[in-house]
Write a protein that binds this ligand. Structure first.
Ligand SMILES: Nc1ncnc2c1ncn2[C@@H]1O[C@H](COP(=O)(O)OP(=O)(O)OP(=O)(O)O)[C@@H](O)[C@H]1O
Ligand SMILES: [Mg+2]
Length: 287
């Protein structure tokens, strides 16, 4: 580890910049996507596990995700949401069909290049336990050979964006954080290198409701301004309605609905109704 880059927190000016300043600065940092289309497209995709029954975890998936869309994948636990994200970044390859990322099949991409162009917030944050918070966030910038001062400034900026004071958190290890703080570091890490595509697997699941609502609002503003292509997984319909430009509903490995948030609430499908009824006020609760 003697060549490991050093990620000092740098000089801190104002402790908390306004969100507006941060968003403007991220906007200026945003790279031009490598490809003019920058879409993800599933063409007739199935993924089977290699057991004796050759069970399909997801099947018959055809889905086009245009550039700049915030697509929310909604579905019950076990419906195949994480599997779809892993298929998008090439961690899994389809058993049938193909997935195109920026017009190239995931089977044809160099897996390392593919993943560096995709920010991935893993369901349990997935931080490296032996790295500090700053080193975790700086992972892709340093792999991409950013210079140390640009990297350090970016780490600070990202920590502030997710509401963690760089002076307090940069040098901690993941085990010294709460679950919600780890998730926020996971979001900061995914955004750090400004990838054109973001995959987010229940990124706010471990947050308290107040912080969660704050981050959802901030994230929604960020998503609109940056024009990134975002696939956001949740089983929370409220979160889906707040963040999505389109909601795609998965049921037992199949896509059963695809609609804007307004349209989604009006769809006549039993699984949609199961989700919309979860929004209903509990009987007897104050209105
Ligand atoms: N490697 C594997 N071997 C066997 N079964 C698997 C494997 N990976 C996933 N599964 C099964 O595939 C189904 C879909 O899993 P997946 O992780 O995609 O669900 P999910 O929608 O993300 O659920 P959750 O909301 O609980 O995270 C589940 O029934 C899961 O048990
Ligand atoms: Mg999952």
């Amino acid at each position: 580890m003697k060549d490991a880059p050093k990620f000092g927190v740098g000089r801190l000016g104002a402790l908390r910049c306004s969100l507006r300043d941060l968003l403007m600065s991220i906007e200026m940092n945003t790279k031009t996507p490598l490809s003019p289309r920058n879409t993800i497209e599933f063409r007739g995709v199935s993924f089977h596990i290699n057991d004796i029954l050759a069970r399909a975890i997801v099947s018959g998936i055809s889905l086009e995700i245009p550039r700049g869309e915030t697509l929310v994948l909604l579905g019950r636990s076990g419906s195949g949401k994480t599997t779809l994200l892993k298929l998008m970044n090439g961690m899994l390859l389809p058993t049938k069909g193909e997935i195109f990322v920026q017009d190239r099949s995931t089977a044809a991409w160099d897996p390392i290049r593919l993943r560096r162009g995709i920010g991935y917030v893993i369901q349990d944050a997935g931080l490296f336990p032996h790295f500090t918070v700053a080193e975790n966030i700086a992972l892709v910038p340093s792999l991409e050979s950013w210079d140390a001062s640009r990297t350090a400034a970016r780490v600070d900026e990202m920590l502030q964006l997710v509401g963690l004071d760089p002076r307090e958190f940069s040098h901690r290890r993941p085990r010294e954080l709460s679950g919600g703080q780890r998730q926020r570091v996971g979001v900061a890490r995914a955004l750090a290198a400004d990838p054109p595509i973001l995959l987010m697997d229940e990124p706010f699941g471990a947050l308290d409701p107040v912080t969660r609502a704050e981050l959802q609002r901030e994230f929604s503003a960020l998503a609109r301004r940056l024009g990134k292509t975002i696939v956001f997984v949740t089983h929370d319909l409220r979160e889906a309605l707040l963040l999505a430009s389109r909601i795609v509903l998965l049921e037992a490995g199949h896509l059963v609905a695809s609609a804007t948030p307004q349209e989604f609430l009006r769809l006549d499908h039993p699984e949609v109704r199961a989700f919309t009824s979860s929004l209903a006020i509990t009987p007897g609760a104050p209105a």
